[in-house]
Design a protein around this ligand. Structure first.
Ligand code: PEP
Ligand code: MN
Length: 332
């Protein structure tokens, strides 16, 4: 249950009620909002004087539910707005990892040249082998910071574990929580305590309900700026790296109020399929796309097979702009 207390209810009364109900308590527009388990369906009459409005839910998808907020939430990233009444589809482009100043500068310059707002690149990589490239860490974050100041780009980079979550929040315009880190409660709870936008990627074996509940960890901490990202599930199929769950995206669009960004690069795992998937994703009217692109994909230190080269990315962008336009959206 979500409970809106009446305006003017004092903090200590809100806190006491939250304690009694084992509820989260956040403040929105001078109103105390309590969030209990969805199992609570009725409040004791002793709270009547404090309560303005209550919202009931069938399960713990509550703050993210369209039954609570019917419209898609608006999230602002630098000068870019997605969700709300904006028909923007935000393009996020860049390499899998920051590898060197020369490499990330080349990527940043491509984004500027093509009018893309947001540069991606990881510095703390959640690799499946300890012997492969793990990322440049803080040195990489400093290079991304340089790209933001030099080129005015928004920066998205991923947090791998809670040891460096503060660093990522400080350096990024959007904090990416990766598919392998999305159950890390240290990360989720810390991300609830900032107002930086958070891109939460769906784990490759995560149900839609679990996915949205992980988003609820961030929302219930008080951060309204949560964006969901579908990046492919592990299925029986081995011909492609993962399977992009567009049915799941339709479900998330129908039932949740969170903006959605689709990542065809990690789903496909191979450059050849990324442009087709990007067009299909754009046609779904989502709030953004995340595409990996590298100045020289063959030499990439991570995810080499799926990264586009600059000319493939340029071509992809032209075609997704056309698809976006045909459904009344703009690629930003
Ligand atoms: C990435 O974005 O480079 C990445 C590691 O993605 P995922 O968490 O979806 O595997
Ligand atoms: Mn990658």
């Amino acid at each position: 249950m979500i409970i809106h207390l009446k305006k003017g209810v004092e903090q200590d009364k809100a806190n006491a009620m939250a304690d009694e109900l084992s509820a989260f308590s956040i403040e929105k527009n001078d109103v105390h909002v309590l969030i209990t388990s969805s199992g609570i369906k009725k409040l004791d009459t002793k709270y009547d004087g404090l309560v303005d409005e209550t919202f009931l839910f069938e399960n713990d998808m509550q703050l993210a539910s369209r039954d609570y907020i019917p419209d898609t939430r608006e999230v602002t990233i630098g000068g870019v707005k997605i969700g709300g009444a904006n028909n923007n589809t935000m393009m996020i482009g860049g390499p899998c990892s920051v590898e060197s100043e020369e490499q990330i500068t080349s990527s940043a310059e491509l984004m500027v040249e093509l009018g893309v707002s947001t540069l991606r690149a990881g510095c703390y990589k959640p690799r499946t082998s300890p012997y492969s490239f793990q990322g440049l860490g803080l040195e990489g974050l400093k290079l991304l910071d340089k790209m933001r100041s030099k080129y005015g780009l928004n920066i998205i980079t991923e947090v791998r574990d809670s040891t460096h979550v503060d660093e990522i929040i400080e350096y990024a315009d959007i904090v990416q929580i990766g598919a392998k880190s999305m159950y890390d409660h240290g990360i989720l709870k810390r991300c609830g305590k900032t107002d930086k936008p958070i891109l939460l990627k769906r784990g490759f074996g995560t149900t839609l309900k679990e996915f949205v509940q992980m988003a609820e960890f961030i929302l219930s901490g008080g951060n309204d700026n949560v964006i969901l990202c579908e990046r492919g599930l592990r299925t029986f199929e081995t011909g492609t790296r993962f399977t992009l769950d567009l049915c799941g995206v339709a479900y998330l669009k129908e039932y949740t109020n969170l903006p959605i960004i689709l990542d065809p690069s990690h789903a496909m795992g191979y450059a050849y399929g990324v442009a087709d998937l990007a067009r299909a994703c754009t046609a779904m009217g989502v709030e953004g796309l995340l595409i990996e692109v590298h100045p020289n994909p063959k030499l990439a230190k991570s995810d080499a097979s799926q990264q586009l080269d600059h000319s493939q990315f340029t071509e992809l962008l032209g075609s997704v702009r056309g698809v976006a336009e045909s459904i009344g959206r703009t690629i930003v």
